[in-house]
Write a protein that binds this ligand. Structure first.
Ligand code: NAD
Length: 454
């Protein structure tokens, strides 16, 4: 069995070797999950709810441990990492209310009774990227388990540690063996096997658009159910009538949080031309204040990038000679550090303006009026997230309805809550996670007619 050495991105030092599953182990784990499904689906709703609440409680009791593990493995700031572990707990608590509420419908029909049932799918394969290892795992496994499915979950090669620990904590909480299985391994082996093994009835994939497209093609062979959460190039649209001070103060966090390795990063800032200079002045002050430092520090607002490879990929977007508007700071010494970098886009065809960079680089561009802002925001193959800043609420409504994206906020940069739906338009994804409807993505609707004539 091969192994992968986990590296601490803040110090570039080895943390631990993790065994990577091969095909045989993957198949055996999928078979185990399938066996567990026979009984898990029959656990009575109140008991399944109780087990999920237990799981949430055990996660909460280990919140600090999980957060520290994420700092070590992923270089997330300790503040973010605590939020991420708390998000797993909250997701579990939220969906623990679902088992007793998986309602069907009774639909009026002649000569009988018609009832719909929400039935679990079976084994769900969840494939997680490295940027938010805990929340993205939880968004899949919490509703999947609540609906009566069993789960095989593959963390990203770079960031397996918190997922492995969550797998152990599930057992501590009394979730039966085989119901929630974590399989560290390569995408090309474990991930692809989730797609090709017919026992896996649904894939929940979060990651790059390129890999997502391949998975979608693979799922077609078995008409396998699929949820995709893919890339983004979201717009932060700032109108002249906005509170420019607030918009500028919030802009660094909206793109440089998690070192820009966030599918919701507002990596294009669209500013109405008449306030461009005043915005840039305030934005520069905010970027220079943004604390890029050791992620263990309570004051850290940004840590390192995830790996040497990612740092190199991101740097390619800012080759020598690039005109840089300004940068923030970063620590010296080992680790995969890059300072927040602000570019003024020369044209909408600039590579840095168009492509998802997944690093701390943002492009600013001016727009003329409302129609121009919407046109620019929509001029992207992606449509995941975005912000709109204006004091004119009617304009806020019009523009938020005009932008083709799944998660928008007006006069705010917050787009993720476990109780509201999350997902992308266009090539940012397929389907929605979180919120009250997530259970639909983990159940089939069965319609049964009972003839009452005899
Ligand atoms: P990635 O696509 O390289 O990998 C994601 C996961 O897929 C990993 O676990 C990887 O091992 C696995 N994988 C790779 N090849 C596979 C294959 N052929 N078959 C099955 N699985 C395979 O992405 P990444 O670099 O880990 O993550 C960054 C990307 O994730 C960015 O593009 C980002 O926008 C996206 N993302 C999207 C969301 C969202 O909710 N929309 C959230 C976070 C990240």
């Amino acid at each position: 069995m091969s192994t992968y050495t986990v590296i601490n991105p803040a110090t570039a030092t080895a943390v631990k070797d993790v065994a990577l599953a091969d095909l045989a182990t993957t198949d055996a784990t999928i078979a185990k999950a399938n066996k567990a499904f026979e009984t898990w689906r029959l656990v009575n709703p109140g008991d399944r709810a109780k087990l999920l609440r237990n799981f949430a409680r055990v996660v909460d009791e280990h919140l600090e441990e999980l957060a520290q593990l994420e700092v070590l493995n992923s270089g997330h700031t300790i503040g973010n990492a605590r939020w991420e572990a708390g998000n797993v707990r909250d997701c579990l608590n939220y969906y623990s209310a679902a088992p007793e509420r998986l309602f069907g419908r009774q639909i009026p029909v002649p000569n009988g009774i018609d009832i719909t049932f929400k039935e679990p799918l079976g084994v769900i394969g969840i494939i997680v990227p490295w940027n938010f290892p805990m929340p993205i795992a939880g968004w899949g496994f919490a509703p999947a388990l609540a609906a009566g499915n069993t789960v095989v979950l593959k963390p990203a090669e770079l960031t397996p540690l918190t997922a492995i620990r969550l797998g152990e904590l599930a057992l501590v909480a009394g979730i039966p063996e085989g119901v929630f299985n974590v399989i560290p391994g390569k995408g090309s082996i474990v991930g692809e096997r989730f797609v090709t093994n017919p026992i896996v009835r649904k894939i929940v994939f979060t990651g790059s658009t390129t890999v997502g497209k391949g998975i979608m093609r693979g799922c077609a062979d078995q008409v396998k159910r699929l949820t995709l959460e893919l890339g983004g190039k979201s717009a932060n649209v700032i109108f002249a009538d906005a509170d420019i001070e607030r918009a500028a103060a919030g802009a660094p966090g909206s793109v440089f949080d998690n070192a820009g390795q966030d599918c919701c990063a507002r990596s294009r800032i669209l500013v109405q031309r008449s306030v461009l200079d005043s915005f840039m002045e305030k934005f520069e002050v905010a970027v220079k204040k943004f604390r890029v430092e050791s992620p263990e520090l309570e004051t850290a607002e940004m840590g390192p990038l995830i790996s040497a490879g990612q740092l190199e990929r991101v740097r390619e977007y800012v080759p020598a000679g690039t005109e840089i508007a300004f940068t923030g700071s970063m620590p010296t010494g080992p680790g995969f550090w890059m300072a927040p970098t602000v570019l003024l886009a020369k044209s909408t065809s600039d590579r840095a303006y168009r492509e998802e960079i997944f690093g701390p680089v943002v492009s600013v561009i001016a727009f003329e009026d409302e129609a121009d802002a919407i046109r620019l925001a929509n001029d992207s193959e992606y449509g995941l997230s975005g912000s709109i800043w204006t004091r004119d609420l009617a304009k806020g409504v019009r523009v938020s309805r005009g932008i083709e994206a799944g998660n928008l906020s007006v006069n705010s940069n917050s787009s993720v809550r476990y109780w509201t739906p999350f997902g992308g338009y266009k090539q940012s994804g397929l389907g929605r996670e979180l919120g009250p409807d997530a259970l639909d993505a983990f159940t089939e609707t069965k319609n049964v007619f009972f003839d009452t004539n005899n």
